[in-house]
Design a binder for this molecule. Structure first.
Ligand code: SF4
Ligand code: SF4
Length: 407
């Protein structure tokens, strides 16, 4: 497996050349396999859970009624599905429940609930039972505490009592936590050190790599560095905790990149290869919305290294999104807002609404974070206009949110 430095060196050395690098040297799928046939080409074991999953798994945050899409994924070997109680207002779980009728034993199912620091055991059981009903299953393989960004949520005793009983009753097999906020590393460290989770699902993408920024954009980005995330992920893996990446597309503005994609590599595939070549996670989950998208994404399955075009595609994307993409794990600007608004959370909702074209997902995220799309209404934006040292145009983005979510 090549490391990040080598990934970048090879990408730079070959620039935007469309030709493939020597396959055996860069962790490509084995020679002899058709590179045209979209299918899962690598299966991994998810840490100590022993669960088998594809290296690229199905994120169901946008799923709403499309049973055929799940069958398309299954036909291509995707056997891991990631949903949550609030995705598409419960329709995601319901659709999976219908689509997996008679095939439940073929797949690993993950769902999530927002267990706050004050959550009670009875409430958690109510949430779990509702998910089980929607999913038409008696057991969820991995049940996660959703979007954790508060250490008090990690240590809620009621969650552990709930999880222990639910496991004993056979309603869940393993527990986990997902996260992407400014206190992600701190929360992960607490959970890993105290051995509180079997699996972690974390935002992890090429935009967090300092070398990437330095080399391709010509500037050092301290936030991109996130020096502790790799360390914490390595610790998780050393303890046998399963690690899965999400938010790997760093905003997922795929259409912006179409004019620059050539034969053999798309931006999404390049972003996935970056994650899968790093050795910090077992696999990745990505939202899948169409059969064509599934087939495109699976073009990166089996890779553990880079394609010659990857570096150029990723650098172009980074430059294009420099002013709109809030860095995961950063919260440097929160003190700038006199209203005390959690700016990164508001910007994440903006990303869902505009970049993902998913206003319902944005609304759900806002509700979960206790925010309103109109949070900035009436403010001229001057307090936070220069608050981001990384070039994100905060007020310009937050003021767009009401029109994106309600318009
Ligand atoms: S807007 Fe800038 S400073 Fe604020 S959280 Fe995002 S990247 Fe960090
Ligand atoms: S635009 Fe105003 S209200 Fe909104 S985050 Fe910035 S300072 Fe706060």
């Amino acid at each position: 497996m090549i490391d990040r430095r080598e990934f970048l060196r090879r990408g730079m050395a070959l620039g935007l050349a469309p030709a493939m690098l020597p396959l055996s040297a860069v962790g490509a799928p084995a020679l002899g396999e058709s590179v045209l046939e979209p299918k899962v080409r690598r299966r991994v074991t998810l840490g100590r859970t022993g669960l088998e999953m594809p290296d690229i798994a199905f994120g169901a945050s946008r799923l709403s009624g499309d049973v055929a899409l799940i069958h398309h994924a299954l036909d291509r070997g995707i056997t891991y599905f990631d949903t949550a109680e609030d995705y598409t207002d419960g329709a995601s779980e319901e659709t999976l429940g219908r689509a997996l009728a008679g095939r439940r034993s073929e797949v690993v199912l993950t769902s999530k609930t927002v267990a706050r620091a004050s959550a009670r055991r009875a409430d958690l059981f109510t949430a779990l039972e509702a998910s089980l009903r929607r999913l038409k299953t008696e057991m969820i393989d991995i049940y996660m505490n959703h979007a954790v960004n508060d250490v008090r949520r990690v240590h809620n005793e009621e969650w552990f009592e709930f999880a222990s009983r639910a496991k004993a009753q056979g309603k869940i097999r393993f527990t986990g936590m997902s996260g992407h906020g400014g206190r992600l590393v701190e929360c992960l460290e607490e959970a890993i050190d105290a051995d509180l989770v079997d699996v972690v699902l974390v935002a992890h993408n090429f935009g967090q790599d300092p070398e990437f920024y330095e080399r391709f954009t010509g500037r050092f980005d301290f936030v991109a560095k996130q020096p502790d995330l790799p360390r914490v992920l390595r610790k998780a893996r050393a303890k046998g905790i399963g690690a899965i990446a999400m938010k790997t597309l760093r905003g997922a503005r795929l259409n912006d990149m179409r004019p620059y994609e050539g034969a053999g590599a798309t931006f999404a595939q390049a972003a996935f290869r970056w994650v899968l070549s790093g050795g910090l996670v077992d696999a990745l989950v990505v939202t899948m919305r169409s059969p064509e998208q599934i087939d495109e994404y699976l073009g990166a399955s089996g890779w553990t290294g880079s394609h010659a075009a990857d570096g150029g595609l990723l650098s172009r994307y980074a430059r294009r999104t420099q002013a709109s993409q809030c860095r995961y794990g950063c919260s440097d600007c929160v003190s700038a807002c006199p209203r005390g608004i959690a700016i990164p959370d508001l910007l994440r909702a903006r990303m869902y609404a505009e970049d993902y074209e998913a206003p319902a997902l944005a609304s759900a995220a806002l509700a979960s974070d206790g925010l309103s799309a109109n949070a900035c209404t009436g403010c001229d934006g001057s307090p936070c206009a220069d608050a981001c040292a990384h070039g994100v145009a905060i007020p310009e983005l937050t003021h767009r949110l009401p029109g994106l979510v309600h318009g």
